[in-house]
Design a protein. Sequence first.
Length: 432
Amino acid sequence: MQLLESFFKLKEHGTTVKTEVIAGFTTFLTMAYIVLVNPLILSSTGMDLNAVFVATCLAAALGTAIMGLVANYPIALAPGMGLNAYFTFSVVKGMGLSWETALGAVFISGIVFLAVSLFKVREAIVNAIPQSLKFAISAGVGMFLAIIALKNAGVIAAHPATYLTLGDIHNPTTLLAILGFFLIVALEYRKVPGSIIIGILVVTVLSIAFGLSPFKGIVAPVPSMAPTFMAMDIKGALNAGLIGVIFVFFFVDLFDTTGTLVGVSHRAGLLDKDGKLPRLKRALMADSIAITAGAVMGTSSTTAYIESAAGTAVGGRTGLTAMVVALLFLAALWLSPLAATVPPYATAPALCYVAVLMARGLAEIEWNDLTESAPAVMTALAMPFTFSIADGIAFGFISYAVIKILAGRFSDLRPAVLIIALLWIFKLAFFH
C-alpha cells in the first residue's frame, strides 16, 4: 500500500487505494463494450475476429497502463469508435484496400503522432484549427457511426430511388436492436454503471433465447493473435494515394485524445491554475505508443476514452485507476467466446448511443456566423452521406477556406487552415 501511495501520490491527489480501485472498475464497465464491438467491426474486413479481440484487449491494456504509470492520469485508452468504422467502411471497403495496408496506415499515423508529441507541434496544430470545425468533426463522426448502426440493426435499408429507406421493422432482430438502444439510454439517465455493456448483453441473451443467434460460450483459453500480428503493410501504406488516409487517422485521434484528456481532467480538477494539463507530453506519448503497438498487434487506432469520466466521477484521480482498468482488459482476454456470441445488431445500440454523445458538438457551433456554421454543417453532413470521415473533413476545410475568402474574412483564415484546404483539394483532384 505504501508503495502505491508513494508512486501514484495518492494523498497529494486526495484519494485512496480503495477509491482508485472502485474508479477503475467503474471506468472499465463503461467502456468494456469495445472488446465486443471492435472485433465485430474490424472482422468485416476479413480480419480474424479472435485475433482482433486479443489485439483490442492488449492494445487497451498497454495504452492504459502507460497512461497510468508514466503520466499518472486516471484515463483509459482503447481502439477508438469512429476510427474503427473509418478503417473498415471507408479505407478497406470504400477504397478497396487490404486490411494489411490499412494497418500500415495506422502504424504510420502513430509514428507521426509520436513525433508531434515529442516536438510539441501538437499545440500549434490544434490551436490553428477553427473551433467550429473541431465540433463539427466530432458530430460528423457520430453521424457516421449512427448510419452504420442503423444499417446493422436493419432500421434503414438501401433503396434504388431514394437511396435510403425504412428497413423491415417487423424483423425481430431490428426490434431487439431498438429495444437495446432504449435500454442503454434509460440506464444512462439513471446513472447505472456499465449501461452500454448491459444493453449489448441483454440483446444478446434475448437473441439466443429466441433462437435468433447461437451461444458460443463465455470463457476459453486466450486465442492466437498470429493472423493479425505484424501483418501491417507499411510499404503499401506509403503510397501517395494514402496520404489522406494517414492524415485522417492522425487528425481525428489528435483531437479525440486532446479533447478527452482536457475534458476528463477538467472534471476531475486535475488542470493547473492556467487551465493547462500537466504532463500532457507524457499522456500523448502513451496514446501514440498504443497506436503503433495496436497496429503491430492488429487493431485500428487507439485513443483516450471519454468514459474515463465515469471513474473520475466516483473519485479516481491518479494512474492507479488506469492500472486497474488495464488489468481488467487483460482479464477480458479469456472472454473470446462471448465476443463471438454477440451478433452485429446487439452492438448497434451502443454505436447509436455513442453517436448521441458525439452529436452534442453541434450545440457549440457559432450559429449566428454563417462563415462558421455553414462549413461546420457541411463537415458533419458529408461524413454520413459520403460514407467517409475523410471526405467530410475535406469538405469542411475547403468550404471554410473558400467561404472566408469570398466573405472577405481574411483575418479569420489562419495559414495552417489554408494549407490543409489546399492539400485536400490536391488530394481530391489527383488521388481520389
